[in-house]
Design a protein around this ligand. Structure first.
Ligand SMILES: [Zn+2]
Length: 380
């Protein structure tokens, strides 16, 4: 017999719910929570499924946040087993739950759901409100997803005091890290201009690839900042380069860079654009920059949620978690602006989005125990 947390996770993983499809994952959550008195609200928007399930009333209000969608499995031949196996396998003599979404984040979903279930069954008369919000469009563009649920919460004046997100937060060992913030996300297309010409008449042309290379070096020598007490430094990356006509005898006049900046709270869309332009200008490199912020940085520096969660992790795992704001952004960026203490704690993140995604079975059971303890400390 599998532990109920693994049973729930297993059912979820067997459903190939690639973004933005839910394909029945929400139903599993409803079947768990509706019979024990949770109020269930569907807030579907176009093809995106959103679920809000709450129990109790008034404050404090703790909202778990998760997503049922997964990234595509890619080429199945690269996987050792069926990508949607959803069963326990033995890996290096340890039991793992295997399949796309096991780490990101159906394992976390299962732990949150089962913690809510056992907590409400044991303490049906608890104070305040506990609940969970799930969406099927977290891995995609988030349109009609968590921002939509945030509007629902705002319009019904149900602002959570606490938001606990079961995304992978640990770096090496389960319990080593809580993410109390994430850097913001900025994308830009930078067109570096030179002058097209014949490769043999180099003095008559300006190679845009060389110009782009100068620009990239200049950006590496001139970082946006050096980080803060809470955040790592803002990072400039080039994700794609395109240049050339296809002919061997033409010096390209344009080189297009696709760039990404993960930025801390010292930066904004405006300051990043100004920095990019200033670096180009100082090095006399002609550029056309079009860039936008696609997610703001957020951080919860302190509060009872961090204290309680850290305590529970120590009690269950005998590990003292560090606070950090590294890694990719999350839907916490939509919740934090409500004034809600927002933190992420879930499994180890090293296998997310990879082939042979899996999660240690024992970690999921302990994750559920930690969540349940948190609920008991905050609500009893
Ligand atoms: Zn995720």
């Amino acid at each position: 017999m599998k532990h109920p947390v693994l049973e729930i996770a297993s059912k979820l993983i067997k459903i190939p719910s690639v973004t933005p499809c839910d394909k029945g994952c929400m139903q599993i959550a409803k079947d768990l929570l509706a019979p024990i008195g949770f109020s269930i609200e569907d807030h579907n928007h176009k093809e995106v499924s959103n679920l809000l399930a709450t129990h109790g009333s008034g404050s404090p209000f703790l909202l778990f946040l998760g997503h049922t969608d997964v990234v595509p499995e890619g080429d199945r031949r690269d996987w050792e087993h069926d990508p949607f196996l959803g069963e326990i396998i033995l890996h290096e003599n340890t039991e793992y739950l295997y399949g796309r979404g096991s780490s990101d984040m159906k394992g976390g979903d299962a732990a949150m759901l089962y913690a809510l279930k056992t907590f409400v069954q044991k303490h049906p008369m608890h104070q305040g409100t506990v609940g969970i919000a799930l969406t099927s469009n977290e891995e995609g563009d988030a349109v009609g997803a968590t921002p939509y649920l945030v509007e629902v919460l705002k319009n019904s004046q149900r602002i959570p005091d606490f938001c606990l997100i079961g995304e992978c937060s640990c770096d090496k060992v389960f319990g080593d890290s809580i993410k109390n913030g994430r850097r913001g996300d900025f994308n830009a297309t930078i067109e570096v201009l030179g002058q097209q010409g014949h490769v043999a008449l180099e003095q008559e042309a300006k190679n845009a690839i060389f110009e782009a290379s100068r620009f990239i070096s200049a950006m590496q020598e001139n970082p946006l900042d050096h980080g803060t007490k809470d955040f790592p430094k803002s990072s400039f990356q080039v994700s794609n380069i395109h240049a050339g006509t296809g002919a061997d005898n033409v010096i390209p006049g344009r080189c297009t860079l696709r760039c990404n900046v993960r930025f801390n709270d010292l930066q904004s869309e405006k300051s990043i654009l100004e920095h990019l332009k200033a670096v180009a200008c100082r090095h006399e490199i002609k550029v056309i920059i079009e860039g936008h912020e696609e997610g703001l940085p957020f951080i919860t520096k302190e509060g009872i949620l961090i204290e309680v969660l850290s305590q529970c992790i120590e009690e269950v795992l005998s590990i003292k978690p560090a606070l950090g704001a590294t890694g990719g952004t999350s839907d916490g960026r939509f919740i934090r602006p409500l004034g809600t203490q927002t933190i992420e704690f879930g499994p180890v993140s090293t296998r997310i989005h990879k082939v042979n995604e899996m999660v240690k079975a024992e970690d999921l059971i302990n994750l559920y125990r930690i969540y349940e303890k948190c609920l008991e400390k905050l609500f009893l």
